[in-house]
Design a protein around this ligand. Structure first.
Ligand code: X2W
Length: 280
């Protein structure tokens, strides 16, 4: 490793399947990642593909069933998860990045044991009855191979990781929620920045009013925004999970819109013009 490389900051980017459905968003992600790479950042991208899995399940006559944001995944569902997330989303996203000159390295969590996992134990979920829910082929992250990810970035590659995991000894493949995986990757890499992409693109005091964008909050203020209902719905578990990494060496979290030109670099350098940045 050269001195130069060792000082290159690292950004871990989460891309959800929802933001990959639109062409503007897909090309926006590619352009935004290119900006970061050109500015000397190392980038690791982790993606989901929830809506794409739903669609393919329905084509196969399977019924999507999520409890508390996690898909109950039978063996038949897991095959569809692999097909949609690895076969479709991963390949397309890597290609989109290659097209703009980012050297994307398409892989999944099982590649080189990047993400090892164990089966999520059955548990009682609030609002889902008294019986423990068995999520089937769903995993919890056990470890992240930070050394391999670092080496890939040092080769000038941008790992584009589909959110699967592999059991260390058995080689069993698990479906893992992308928000969970990305947080563990950021934690393992002690990333300078964890970027969460959402279509909304920032936290707003008043949803739908551009003028109320909140440029920067600290961890405490972010928790207050959750309590006050400003951070709402699906953003709550994402932000809560992400906040937990701030004490583990991840310096900043940002919520950004993939379609907004220059948004990733803007939050990376702390300009404050786009998105919302959260730090300790
Ligand atoms: C997720 C993995 C994909 C994902 C699923 O099957 O939908 C579990 O729920 P998004 O697009 O980021 O939501 N896995 C266990 O998280 O995709």
């Amino acid at each position: 490793m050269t001195d130069n490389q060792s000082h290159q900051p690292i950004a871990v980017v989460k891309v959800g399947g929802d933001v990959l459905q639109g062409e503007v968003e897909r090309s926006g992600i590619a352009a935004n990642v290119k900006d970061l790479v050109d500015a000397g950042w190392r980038v690791v991208l982790l993606h989901g593909g929830g809506p794409q899995v739903n669609e393919l399940q329905e084509k196969h006559g399977l019924v999507p069933n999520k409890v508390a944001g996690r898909r109950i995944t039978s063996e038949a569902d897991l095959l569809v998860v692999k097909q949609a997330i690895c076969g479709e989303v991963n390949v397309s996203l890597a290609q989109e990045l290659q097209q703009v000159g980012v050297n994307a390295f398409a892989c999944n969590g099982a590649s080189g044991k990047l993400v090892t996992a164990t089966k999520r134990p059955p548990r009682v979920m609030s609002g889902a009855g008294d019986k423990p829910i068995d999520f089937g082929e769903v995993g919890d992250v056990a470890s992240v191979n930070a050394a391999l990810l670092t080496q890939l970035t040092e080769l000038g590659l941008v790992p584009v990781i589909a959110t699967l995991g592999v059991e260390e000894d058995s080689g069993r493949i698990f479906n893992i929620n992308a928000d969970t995986t990305v947080v563990q990757i950021a934690r393992a890499l002690k990333a300078d920045l964890l970027l969460l992409t959402t279509a909304v693109g920032a936290i707003y005091g008043e949803l739908g009013d551009e003028d109320t964008r909140i440029a920067h909050v600290n961890e405490q203020e972010a928790r207050e925004l959750i309590n006050e209902g400003v951070i709402q719905g699906g953003m709550i578990p994402k932000v809560e999970e992400a906040l937990s990494v701030l004490v583990d060496g991840v310096k900043n979290i940002a919520i950004v819109g993939p379609q907004i030109k220059g948004a990733f670099l803007d939050v990376a350098v702390g300009k404050g013009d786009k998105g919302t940045r959260i730090s300790l």
